[in-house]
Design a protein. Sequence first.
Length: 262
Amino acid sequence: MDLQLKGKTALVLAASKGLGKATAESLAKEGADIVLGARNAEILERTASEISKKFGVRTLSIVTDVSRAEDAARFIETAVSEYGKIDILVNNAGGPPFGKFEDFPDSEWEQAFQQNLMSTVRFSRLAVPHMISAGSGRIINIISLSVKTYLENSVLSTSMRLAVVGMAKMLSNELGPHQITVNNVAPGIMLTDRTKETLFKHMPPGKTEAEMLAERAKDIPIRRIGRPEELAALISFLASPIAGYITGTTIAVDGGAVRSIL
Ligand SMILES: NC(=O)c1ccc[n+]([C@@H]2O[C@H](COP(=O)([O-])OP(=O)(O)OC[C@H]3O[C@@H](n4cnc5c(N)ncnc54)[C@H](OP(=O)(O)O)[C@@H]3O)[C@@H](O)[C@H]2O)c1
């Protein structure tokens, strides 16, 4: 299927590794030019140049901490001055720490608020006027399966992601008349650095990484952990003109892990 993404400008945040990188690659494979943001300049630049070499598209890396308002403003300004338009915005950020409710003081809540909610608010608010003047646009937020099912130790993530779901629904209504769609994608467990760090942090003696992965996947109907490109494929579809009638939704990519029927 031709996703008709050739020549589109896609902004992908937290894009140097993991789900963000897989998304940037997937959109580039379809012919979109990519503006990538993350904090570590060296890794970001390496990812950007890898993508432009591999897929023959234009890439631009802008060092950005998505939790900072000034970085968001500079990112959008630079992207627009270099590319002249924003067709697609993929909001993504590092995940907040895992832990119990009583573990987190105000400072951790504030950090999660800035990184996982306000980043989505600010980047969307800055991108929307450009999409409105173009008469179309796609906003896709990478959140988490914790908005659909209980996920142990995810109080910061769950709280912020549910606010993103609410905001996206409001935005999808306001922006629908401008042919701008707003959707969330909710990954279950996908094999990225973040997952490896969490999963392999406390290795029981004698267990191999492969055994740990198999154990973690035993309750997932598909019986394996997801691949980042499996989430990215959905994002590319939602970013395409073909998905113009899908808006205001949250779609899980979880190997069937959520057991609720509706
Ligand atoms: N992987 C999963 O199974 C899974 C499941 C559900 C939800 N999620 C969520 O999906 C998101 C991505 O996860 P991942 O597994 O891809 O993580 P990852 O492999 O650790 O990659 C994180 C990426 O985000 C960037 N980043 C982190 N904090 C940032 C910030 N403040 N500003 C800009 N860039 C930032 C990192 O680069 P720098 O460090 O250089 O900035 C890196 O490129 C997270 O919010 C995570 O909670 C992941």
